[in-house]
Design a protein around this ligand. Structure first.
Ligand SMILES: NC(=O)c1ccc[n+]([C@@H]2O[C@H](COP(=O)([O-])OP(=O)(O)OC[C@H]3O[C@@H](n4cnc5c(N)ncnc54)[C@H](O)[C@@H]3O)[C@@H](O)[C@H]2O)c1
Length: 343
């Protein structure tokens, strides 16, 4: 708690993920949880049982009209994000929206424009850019320890949760795409992707996407909710060292391998290219709950006017990549431009 006046906050959406956000808002001293809104009566009753002193409503318009709020968190399913966030920004409130920001880049652009015109905070729930391990990795890359990052790949796999409103890439990959943008400080200009809908017609449950960057670097993202193993793994191959981030490990999440391939001149002996096998280091990381860090960051931005790390423009860039992946899948894996970076 910072001693600042708490940010008077309302939350829309108390389904699967909303309760985690509410738990953090409730415990962080910089927020005052004023009102919760959910269209589903059973979910609203569940909220009231946990937070009997907090007001509830089933209509966001009532919520915005009846309560003096500084900020609203939108934690509803993705198709409703645009309409709800637009109402929040038009009412002059700072807005946090769960990922993905919207389902189209046109809608995301409109939210970014609204927030910028009204000087309001618009933040997207790109949770992983607040993860202690991801921030440690960003520092490792920045220090040059890995050399030049050549390519990286990410696997986010599990059996379930099977969704029908959005495909596995829209549901899971906003995390991976936002991590890649954050770590590389670069956004892909082109993608190619293939996917398959084994469970529900038209809704891909398994997707392999290749992202190509103006620098020549590549990233591959594999997501699926039809897989025997729960996997949350990131591998980064640099010119000097390689790094693996395994988020399924309780403590030893980051492994740095002093492995590489050296030209003969560097070692002075051997074949033209010589494999180098060195030490493996597993750094100690101080871990905090990423969602608590993320929500605290939102509250800090509301108070100070700071631009969030995952702001509306970041949300828009991720949506552009998701759209391009969909288009590439429709075209059987053909390369599709993301229209990024914008000139
Ligand atoms: N960051 C993460 O790791 C993470 C994890 C899971 C889900 N999410 C995101 O959280 C969001 C919610 O996902 P979920 O799994 O909790 O969905 P959910 O369907 O379980 O819950 C959504 C809730 O919103 C309510 N709702 C929908 N439209 C509404 C409206 N117009 N007005 C009021 N209430 C409305 C529903 O009644 C429901 O209670 C999604 O954007 C999802 O991508 C993020």
């Amino acid at each position: 708690m910072s001693g600042r006046t708490p940010v008077r906050t309302g939350v829309v959406g108390f389904g699967y993920w909303g309760p985690n956000i509410v738990r953090n808002l409730d415990k962080l001293g910089d927020a005052e949880l004023v009102v919760a809104c959910d269209a589903n009566a059973a979910n609203l009753a569940r909220f009231s049982a946990l937070y009997p002193d907090v007001a509830t409503t089933d209509d966001i318009c009532d919520m915005l009209a009846a309560h003096d709020l500084d900020a609203v968190v939108v934690a509803t399913s993705a198709p409703s994000h645009f309409a709800l966030a637009k109402l929040v920004l038009e009412a002059g409130k700072h807005c946090y929206v769960e990922k993905p920001l919207t389902l189209t880049s046109e809608d995301a652009e409109e939210l970014v424009r609204l927030a910028e015109e009204r000087e309001l905070v618009l933040m997207v729930g790109h949770l992983m850019v607040y993860h202690s391990a991801v921030n440690y990795i960003k520092d490792v890359i920045g220090s040059g320890t890995l050399g030049d990052v050549l390519y990286l790949y990410s696997q986010r796999l599990n059996l379930g949760k099977v969704r029908t409103e959005e495909n596995a890439f829209w549901s899971l990959a906003p995390h991976d795409v936002s991590i890649v943008h954050y770590l590389l400080d670069e956004i892909p200009s082109q993608v190619s992707a293939t996917g398959a809908a084994y469970l529900n017609g038209g809704v891909e449950d398994t997707v392999f996407a290749n992202l190509h960057f103006p620098s020549g670097r590549m990233a591959n993202i594999h997501v699926s909710w039809l897989d025997p193993h729960k996997t949350r793994k990131f591998t980064i191959v640099g010119s000097k060292k390689m790094l693996v981030f395994d988020d399924m490990q309780a403590t030893e999440k980051v492994w740095i391998y002093d492995k590489g391939v050296e030209p003969k001149e560097a070692l002075g002996y051997g074949e033209d290219l010589t494999l180098r096998f060195g030490d493996i280091s597993v750094p100690y990381l101080h871990m905090a709950e990423p969602l608590a860090l993320e929500i605290q960051h939102f509250l800090d931005c509301c108070t100070t006017g700071q631009v969030p790390r995952s702001d509306g423009r970041d949300g828009l860039a991720v949506v552009r990549v998701l759209e391009a992946v969909d288009e590439s899948m429709r075209q059987g894996g053909a390369p599709v431009s993301t229209g990024l970076p914008e000139s």
